[in-house]
Ligand binder design. Structure first.
Ligand code: HPA
Length: 259
């Protein structure tokens, strides 16, 4: 399948993170190896149909999961999705919870973010430019898409919170308790390692972008124990089915860009 064939079809793209390397229920119609001016995306694009609606899935950390958050080629991922015809991107992110209501297995649709990452290629506007471009990024997540995600959750009876400030940290290590206290003072509710520069790159490409975050642990210092991979896996096992339900409902309901 060539990129040009796809360009005029507006398709929803899902970038799956930790715990969502594949999308159950996706009837796979093809895999597309892509090369972009920024290099290769994390994995081949998986073309498929969910409830008979076309969708493209990309495993952010590769499949199998092997690329750490700071080494994901976010530019190639977003570029490849757009080349394949995607106009709406939903990023699924595993996060740590700071806000008291955002404990393990809680699903959150954040409305703001603060970027603490560093050293990641984070713009398409570099090199030999004709002019400097500063995109507006006041609202990093597309409001109509956030509303559609919320109503998809309601339709399926999946409990989710539709607010929250996402702190994008560098990783791959988790935070210290003092770092989490600082993030809390900054007004952050959730912490993840992959929300940026993904959201900003989507905005640069004028793609709709929304985040579906699954809390997989209390952030460091927010519980009486240290964070273990077992607890993270348990929260993924408990909460990812709700994420899948929301995605299936949203896509099946015929959401289209600018809706
Ligand atoms: N901090 C940062 N990123 C994360 C966390 C966390 O506690 N949990 C899952 N991703």
């Amino acid at each position: 399948m060539s990129a040009n064939e796809n360009r005029d079809k507006a398709v929803i793209g899902i970038i799956g993170g930790t715990g969502l390397t594949e999308l159950d229920g996706l009837e796979i119609t093809g895999q597309q190896e892509m090369e972009t001016p920024w290099g290769k995306p994390s994995a081949p694009l998986v073309h498929g149909r969910l409830n008979d609606v076309p969708v493209i899935f990309l495993a952010r950390h590769g499949n199998p999961h092997r690329i750490p958050p700071h080494q994901v080629n976010y530019r190639a991922n977003l570029w490849a999705l757009r080349e394949a015809g995607v106009r709406t991107v939903i990023g699924v992110n595993a996060v740590g919870g700071i806000h008291a209501a955002m404990g393990p297995a809680q699903i959150v649709i954040p409305d703001q973010l603060i970027d603490y990452t560093w050293g990641r290629p984070s713009t398409f506007f570099e090199g030999d430019l004709e002019h400097v471009t500063h995109i507006d990024f006041t609202f990093p997540y597309t409001e109509a898409l956030r509303a559609a995600l919320k109503s998809a959750a309601l339709d399926r009876g999946v409990h989710c919170l539709d607010f929250g400030v996402y702190a994008a940290t560098q990783g791959p290590r988790l935070e210290t308790a003092a770092e989490v206290r600082r993030l809390e003072r900054d007004g952050c509710d959730l912490i993840g390692m992959t929300g940026m520069p993904e959201a900003a790159l989507a905005a640069e490409l004028e793609l709709e972008y929304g985040c579906l975050a699954l809390v997989v642990n209390w952030a460091a210092g927010k519980s009486d124990h240290i964070i273990t991979m077992d607890e993270i896996q348990a929260a993924i096992d408990e909460g990812m089915s709700g994420v899948r339900e929301i995605l299936t409902q949203l896509i099946g309901s015929g959401y289209s860009p600018g809706a």
